[in-house]
Design a protein around this ligand. Sequence first.
Ligand code: SF4
Length: 413
Amino acid sequence: MTANPEIDSILQRAADGGRITPEEALLIYTEAPFHALAEAADTVRRRRYPDGIVTYLIDRNINYTNVCVTACKFCAFFRAPKHREGWAHPREEILHRCGEAVDLGATQVMLQGGHHPDFGVEYYEELFSSVKQAYPQLAIHSIGPSEILHMAKVSGVSIEDAVVRIKAAGLDSIAGAGAEMLPERPRKAIAPLKESGARWLEVMAVAHRHGLSSTATMMMGTGETHAERIEHIRMIREVQDLAVANGYRDDAVETGHEVGGFRAFIPWTYQPENNHLKGRTQATTMEYLRFLAMSRLFFDNVAHLQASWLTTGKDVGQLSLHLGVDDLGSIMLEENVISSAGARHRSNLHELIWMIRTADRTPAQRDTLYRHLAVHHTPADDPTDERVVSHFSSIAMPGGGAGRAQLPLVDAK
Ligand code: SF4
């Protein structure tokens, strides 16, 4: 109970699974006592996941090119066309990296890249089909609506055609990348050449309709207001309502899981290094934690909430498990985009499992669709592969770290 009956009533309704309005979300985000907000969010997590399981994933983010025509102000990863530091990996390099990931137990690859002026739908069809052919066991959870819009434009086809073709070529799931801030004012301020938030959601809705589920993300801390943060998640919830109302399901599973449309919401904090977005306020740790908890209460129609230990740090990642979070995401065998902008946190399999267990949760490895692959009930069940560690920023190397004989990254120690 708090001293404010209105806040009490909102928290109680949300904890019981009722829907809250954007105005109510703003009120509890900004004014609810922290412990009460956290407790309500954790109640939702316990009801959704009474087994106390918190999941993690082994995957690798592989960037096929850093060449991009969109020049988002917050992005430290891209290089303009013809820039001497621009690169595009040949197919063999990408397949080599996929092979390394498989060897380390990865179940997913996230292929991500800039908006290369020459890469149309055909490029992605060839990319996905060659990865699928070589490594059918890898789920391709890749690209985002921005890349889909870009490839459709380059090839002169509709969004729908692009989605159908890349799905047929092997794409299993669309990443929530490129959402950043969906409302118009903050989006234009940080990414003036990018598609609008409405277009981002339109592509997601088309994909959901075609049996491709996805995740949704949000980048906090580039000068947006609290109300704009709430507007961002309102826009996502509305599109998810459509997926639920139409009974969209992911084509890949028949598990009865709540997997149609957006499977998860993943907020993360803006990283300020090496980009053109000077002087922006960054989200504080408390803002991030409060937003996580409020999101768990707001998204009555999205199954999973993921913490971003990569941007906020492992302590905050562990703390988030008490704020409604049920997934710590990936160990990330490779990550270049966010680490280029300053994220320096790394982890390994043992540490991630330890973070989950010492938060009084049961760790489990999951796949892309959140199915449990291994539940580590006791330390005796823990995997022992010490090679599974996260690495960052090979793009600091000429050519994006291409042509190396093994995982071309920094030493895990
Ligand atoms: S965020 Fe994506 S679209 Fe924007 S500049 Fe970077 S690579 Fe290009």
